[in-house]
Ligand binder design. Sequence first.
Ligand code: NAD
Length: 433
Amino acid sequence: MSTIAEPQFPTIGSHPQGTDSASPFEEMMSRFDLAAQKLGLDPGLYKVLREPVRETKVSIPVAMDDGRIEVFIGYRVLHNIARGPGKGGIRFDKNVSLDEVRALAAWMTWKCAVVNIPFGGAKGGVICDPQSLSRAELERITRRYTAELMDQFGPEKDVPAPDMGTNPQTMAWVMDTYSMHARHTVTSVVTGKPLSLGGSRGRVEATGRGLMLIAREAAPLRGLTLKGSRIVVQGFGNVGSIAARMCHEQGAKIVAVSDIHGGIQNANGIDIPALIAHYEKGKSLKGFPGTQPVSNEALLELDCDILIPAANENQIRQKNAGNIKAKIIVEGANGPTTQRADEVLNGKNVLVVPDILANAGGVTVSYFEWVQDRAGFFWRESEVNERLEDIMVQSFRDVAQMAEKYGVSFRIAAYMLGISRVAHDTMVRGLYA
Ligand code: NAD
């Protein structure tokens, strides 16, 4: 095997027309193919990197509060471990599918490589609606899911974290279940834990903080400054609400936000700290004083400078990309933009800062948490935030340089950077046979 060889493999790439599909894995592969072609990736390495290491489906029987037995389906995909243990969140959502988890696992591989941290990629999910489950039911699902994957998880093997529908409490249950089986407390098996159980300062805010830093770095490339920019945020969970708060604190004007039930807007800017307090009380954006309702579809097309999609996949597609007015899109969600939409946006000179760079703040501080747990020595919040800023800013510059050198979009540049690092390390390790 040799890496970064002559560009000699037109057979690679089954998506020459671009994709606008409902399959996150196809969307991921279409970008992987484009980046592999640009890099002139060796066909053998291409085959190695496109295949996940392992895919597991688990059945999760749970006694519900009313005495019924329900069986939930869960997945864990370990995509690549060339550069370190698998790393990636656990999603609880009714739309979880193996295709989605497979894509999310691959994105984790490229993301960890883009920010140059020593992890591979993995992801997990359980098909369930967390809103309709009690705390006790969620705990039983989490514990059984963890027990089923006991042999696969581990600080040196595969380290989960929160994602949509899961939170620090879920991670505490994962840690406790794993530790009960291991017969000793193993905090470093999972990240995103509560602070008192080996969590890291700054982890809850990390993805949102990273998005703010990336928005700040990207703004001058379209003649803007973060201060004074008008920003729209889709999704008001961990990522979206904190990105909104961090950008608000830097003097940006958040003109609209939404959750799964719809959005609210105010062209003069929304008081985000007050909105967060309102949302925490009622779990609803509706009726926040001084705002008007807006649908999730219309929200994406509002007049603004920066759009931060922070909900789920495939929100920006060929059909609505042409109507987007933002000059910059900073992807908080994983996979919010299809490849066909990318083509439309590139044609309009919209700067799309891709997920695998823009939302990497979360996994970066997860890496810090894993380091702190293993060392048994915990950092001040200012140290965490400083190190995060160094990594996000350096990674933004690395991707910008790659985009400039090869004349490609930021997305393809980020894939090229991630893939070339994983390809290089795979080649240096060699194949064990
Ligand atoms: P979350 O569960 O805390 O919040 C999700 C938010 O999106 C909620 O406000 C929900 O109402 C909203 N939402 C869901 N479907 C929607 C839809 N169709 N339209 C509009 N809003 C919708 O999840 P999160 O942790 O904030 O994750 C959001 C996204 O960010 C996901 O794509 C996730 O993979 C990605 N991400 C999360 C992290 C992290 O550290 N949590 C890190 C990197 C990337």
